[in-house]
Design a protein around this ligand. Structure first.
Ligand SMILES: NC(=O)c1ccc[n+]([C@@H]2O[C@H](COP(=O)([O-])OP(=O)(O)OC[C@H]3O[C@@H](n4cnc5c(N)ncnc54)[C@H](OP(=O)(O)O)[C@@H]3O)[C@@H](O)[C@H]2O)c1
Length: 338
């Protein structure tokens, strides 16, 4: 495997210049079963060597543990990386299975201090609102985020799982650099409202779970039988029972296209997303998550694959046939409010 660096792109109008693929760090501390910490640290370094500069975490990944885990790497390479983290989500202390969302000004001001402390930095490059709590006016939340920019605690603002309308309203308060939402061959609901709004406003798109949480690579089929007891994917309707079996069959054309390109199915999924940038007229920087050097090599190599019109036509109908929603509760996603 060579050391050829991936290309770079400006993430949103006036945003930071980043490698066209970022790295999702969540799985290093949260959601996807046990982690080999040494290999995960080596993965961060390998990603940077290959030109990945956007590193993604959130305060809720392992309740602060993920921010602490990547902190030494971020500090060692402070000027080379674009550090993205998020606020808004936490767990209910009385019921750890329950999520709490807060977007009020007081909470945001407290959350940023926690992230800065855990990460050991003076400034967060890209600070996202992880989820929208609809009872808090968006103007209050984005206004509070804008204060953090003015105070030098945050450089750029982002939003996750907002609707196209919410993105427009936010942009009227302060420039938004990026929207981070789920987007992949299996999850295309954001193409209805969010993607066109982002393209029109010059906001970058950072697709999360671009490998369908690993399902698109063929790494697992039945989450409840194959994955660790605490793995988050066991709760997702599309990864269990009859849905999972039906969805695995949808990967056949992905496998065939992969074979024709001498690539893996996961690389085809990533190449498809990357090509949406030109098709839809906006910057697209997927953040596949991995804890393994070999996979970051495989994933970054996908940025050099060009799918043909025929490939794209074969991939087009897949999302419409997926059985089961991307979350058990869709009300916290943009699709749940559109
Ligand atoms: N904003 C939000 O609400 C939100 C929600 C979810 C995630 N995210 C962010 O998005 C990032 C990526 O999403 P994600 O981690 O949920 O899903 P993903 O990137 O679609 O898939 C990650 C899974 O795929 C596996 N994988 C990665 N590369 C692979 C390869 N080449 N071959 C086989 N398996 C491979 C990983 O396992 P290994 O780690 O073992 O390699 C992991 O289990 C997260 O890390 C997080 O930063 C944001």
């Amino acid at each position: 495997m060579g050391n050829e660096k991936i290309e770079t792109v400006e993430l949103g109008n006036g945003g930071p210049r980043v490698g066209v693929q970022g790295l999702g760090c969540m799985g290093m501390s949260f959601a996807y079963g046990p982690t080999d910490a040494d290999e995960a640290r080596a993965t961060l370094e390998r990603a940077l060597e290959l030109g990945v500069t956007l590193f993604d975490t959130a305060d809720m990944y392992g309740m602060g543990e993920n921010e602490k885990f990547i902190a030494p790497f971020i500090r060692a390479h402070r000027d080379e990386v674009v550090l993205a983290t998020k606020f808004a989500l936490s767990v209910d202390p009385d019921d750890p299975a329950k999520r709490v969302i807060r977007n009020d000004r007081a909470y945001i001001r407290q959350a940023v201090e926690g992230s800065l402390r855990r990460l050991g930095v003076d400034e967060i490059d890209l600070y996202y609102m992880h989820r929208r709590e609809v009872n808090v006016p968006l103007e209050e939340s984005v206004g509070a985020m804008a204060e953090l920019v003015a105070e030098g605690k945050v450089k750029y603002l982002g939003l996750s799982e907002v609707t196209g309308g919410e993105l427009r309203a936010a942009q009227a308060v302060h420039p938004i650099t990026a929207v981070q939402s789920e987007w992949s061959l299996f999850s295309r609901d954001i193409e209805n409202g969010v993607v066109p709004a982002a393209a029109e406003l010059g906001v970058g798109l950072v697709p999360y779970s671009p490998l369908g949480r690993g399902f698109l690579t063929g790494a697992f089929v039945q989450a409840d039988k194959e994955l660790a007891a605490d793995d988050f994917r066991r709760q997702q309707p599309r990864f269990t029972g009859d849905n999972a079996a039906a969805n695995a069959a949808l990967l056949e054309p992905v496998r065939a296209i992969a074979e024709a390109h001498g690539a893996t199915p996961g690389q085809i999924a990533l190449a498809w997303l990357q090509q949406q940038a030109t098709a839809r007229g906006l910057a697209v920087v997927p953040i596949p998550g991995t804890r393994k050097r070999s996979r970051v090599e495989e994933n970054t190599a996908a940025t050099r694959i060009r799918l043909t019109e025929q490939d794209l036509a074969q991939l087009e109908p897949i999302a419409g046939k997926v059985a089961g929603a991307r979350y058990a509760d869709m009300t916290f996603t943009s699709a749940g409010r559109e």
